[in-house]
Design a protein. Structure first.
Length: 114
């Protein structure tokens, strides 16, 4: 069961691939009239408090959805690393059938997530 309060709708494992050398992103805040580009940590952007938590009939928090997303992201991270590594060599990704299924599930879930 997840104890995390910050449920990211864009996974941190994706955001980290776009950070500067110090591990920060540059994000545009449309609600700020001035200085609307901010340097932020992946931990602090693209999340909502308990975004994927629901309540059961008896009122307890159910974090199953967030837990499932977290597991899928962990399973997908090495696949993305593999794809990037092969692409940098100018090669097509050579994924196993299991990796393809995981990638497809991740991609579909990311598309439907918010």
């Amino acid at each position: 069961m997840s104890n995390s309060r910050r449920h990211h709708f864009v996974p941190k494992m994706l955001l980290k691939r776009f950070t500067d050398d110090d591990g920060y992103l540059y994000v545009f805040d449309k609600d700020q009239p001035k200085n609307n580009i901010e340097r932020r940590s992946p931990k602090g952007v693209f999340w909502g408090p308990y975004f994927y938590t629901s309540r059961t009939v008896d009122g307890t928090k159910d974090t199953t959805l967030e837990d499932d997303f977290s597991k899928l992201e962990s399973d997908t991270d090495p696949i993305i690393k593999k794809i990037v590594r092969q692409a940098r060599k100018g090669e097509s990704p050579n994924l196993t059938e299991e990796e393809k299924k995981t990638w497809d599930r991740f991609f579909y879930t990311q598309w439907k997530r918010t």
